[in-house]
Write a protein that binds this ligand. Structure first.
Ligand code: NAD
Length: 528
């Protein structure tokens, strides 16, 4: 088997490939022409982010079976083209977890003991022992926002310093926290009680500006904050204000709204420690990224199951043709429902009815539902292969059911999600061959093409409610494109569904929720 290494990766991976008997061609210094020639008969390819693997490259590499990315991001690989050609793409998402967690702890200690400031002062010829009085970590509360791979490791390491760990992650179960000796709390509580706060969430529309002016005002006077995740999760203008006014005692950032942040005001804020996106920069993380990616490549070439598959060419093309519509419905149903669920998901039940109940690949369809449920909240790509493992690791029990009766829709998929704060039942069907429709939400019948931005408002069934909600949106410059209202009985609770032209910001959701007679409001975003 011939494996081409196109970008510089740690030598340990190349060694591993050779030990496994691969014919390795290191093409890191080759001109593109020469690299393409080598790829013509290659079975495997290893890249980082430099080499662009577009459709033309995949068409030329006729033997290619696997592409390994020594790292996480796969923006440089045309995943659709790879999937269509049956080329498996694997990566190494866990390679830098420990490295980033250790960097976070380093930043927490830098803040507590003021190490970077003391270092600069002494090098400037001063001996300011009194000025740099620090604080111990022992007994302090660390608030971890996002208890995924990195957040969990930070929490475990901080426990070794005798810190009390308080974590906020709406998508994990309390059991997960309990088993690790971590108290799982609400966002507000973490903000209020933590002495140090560290964020480890992905950057999404929901987490952009997660920590802003309002959140800084809720924090303990003199708290510290660390961001080793992604720039933009903390609002930099609000952070500058909180630091300069002394509202918080210090901040450490590895990531920035604009990178590099040279010349930007954030670097001039009081009591700020910064590093140039070094979170994942260790020799070990590079070695792991290289060896994990190479191991995965070898597994694929040996027809063994890899762990970190980014795409999903597992279904034969003929079967895929038939499944495509149902897969879209399944993924859409998951993506829609996760935005309605409050609390930590515990049980997921998918029931296939009518024509879908006859499809053989029900596990694959269930995995597509899980991918829709989990992808919007996780950093990694959750796909048809890894979805069951990711769900299991997060303590979610998954069951599949089957029913002949499809309630006159011909085909119908039911998704029931139970969390620690309630449950949601959403039904969807496929209209024509490829258009998913949501036909019921928690007992309310409707007919919704789940696209763009949607606002779901449950409110008392009484005159004037629709006008009040519409006015609330209009006052905030939000245009309503279409709307539906449904109820179970007269005078009870109605469900209003509004298709809106732009994302409804959190503060507007709060404003609408506060209208007399409104029970709850959910903003749903269907674009990926
Ligand atoms: P992960 O997917 O394992 O964990 C993310 C966690 O965030 C999940 O548990 C998820 O449930 C939770 N989450 C999602 N939305 C949330 C919300 N609104 N509030 C609270 N929790 C929420 O990801 P990871 O591998 O631990 O990575 C965490 C972050 O670190 C990501 O932003 C990633 O890009 C970043 N990262 C930075 C560096 C660096 O060099 N500084 C290197 C690697 C990763």
């Amino acid at each position: 088997m011939k494996v081409v290494v196109a970008d510089p990766i740690h030598e340990a991976g190349i060694e591993l490939l050779r030990q496994e008997g691969m014919d390795v061609v290191v093409a890191t210094d080759m001109e593109r022409e020469e690299l393409l020639r080598e790829l013509q008969d290659a079975d495997g390819l290893l890249v980082r982010s430099r080499t662009k693997v577009r459709r033309d490259v995949l068409e030329l590499a006729k033997n290619l079976k696997v592409i390994g990315r020594a790292g996480v991001g796969v923006d440089n690989i045309d995943l659709d083209a790879a999937t269509e050609r049956g080329v498996v793409v694997v990566n190494a998402p866990e390679a830098s977890t420990i490295t980033v967690a250790e960097h976070t702890i380093g930043l927490i200690l830098s803040l507590a003991r003021r190490i970077p400031f003391a270092d600069a002062s002494l090098k400037a010829g001063k001996w300011e022992k009194k000025k740099f009085l620090g604080c111990e970590l022992r007994g302090k509360t660390l608030g971890v926002i996002g208890l995924g791979r990195i957040g969990t490791q930070v929490a475990l390491k901080a426990k070794a310093f005798d810190m009390k760990i308080l974590a906020y992650d709406p998508y994990i179960t309390e059991d997960y926290g309990r088993e690790l000796g971590i108290e799982v709390a609400s966002f507000e509580e973490v903000l209020k009680r933590a002495d140090f706060i560290t964020v480890h969430v992905p950057l999404t529309d929901k987490t952009r500006g997660l920590i802003g002016r309002e959140e800084f005002n809720k924090m303990k006077e003199g708290a510290y904050i660390v961001n080793c995740a992604r720039g933009g999760i903390i609002d930099e203008d609000a952070l500058i204000e909180a630091l300069n006014s002394g509202r918080i005692a210090g901040a450490a950032l590895d990531v920035f709204e604009v990178e590099p942040p040279i010349g930007r005001p954030i670097l001039k804020a009081k009591n700020i420690v910064v590093t140039p996106h070094l979170g994942a920069s260790t020799e070990e993380a590079q070695r792991y990224a290289s060896t994990i990616a190479c191991e995965e490549v070898v597994k694929v070439l040996r027809n063994e199951a890899p762990r970190n598959v980014v795409n999903m060419p597992a279904i034969p093309p003929e079967a895929m043709e038939k499944l495509r519509g149902y897969l879209t419905l399944a993924e859409t149903l998951g993506r829609f429902t996760v935005q309605l669920v409050r609390g930590r998901m515990r049980d997921v039940n998918v029931t296939f009815c009518g024509a879908i109940a006859e499809v053989k690949e029900q596990t694959v369809l269930c995995n597509a539902v899980l991918s829709g449920l989990l992808s919007p909240i996780l950093t990694e790509r959750v796909n048809l292969l890894n979805a069951p493992v990711v769900a299991k690791n997060r303590g979610i029990r998954v069951t599949i059911g089957k029913r002949e009766d499809s309630e006159s829709y011909g085909n119908l998929m039911l998704l029931e999600v139970k969390s620690d704060q309630g449950e949601s039942l959403v039904k969807g069907c496929l209209h024509g061959e490829k258009e998913p429709r949501i036909v019921e939400v928690d007992g309310y019948s409707l007919e919704l093409a789940p696209e763009g931005r949607i606002l779901l408002v449950r409110h008392d069934d009484r005159p004037g409610m629709i006008g009040r909600v519409a006015l609330g949106l209009g006052n905030n410059g939000i245009n309503i494109a279409a709307m539906q209202v449904g109820r179970k009985e007269k005078g009870g609770v109605q469900l209003m569904i509004l298709m809106v032209d732009q994302l409804v910001p959190e503060e507007v959701v709060k404003e609408i929720s506060a209208i007399d007679g409104v029970k709850d409001v959910k903003a749903v975003e269907m674009e990926k």
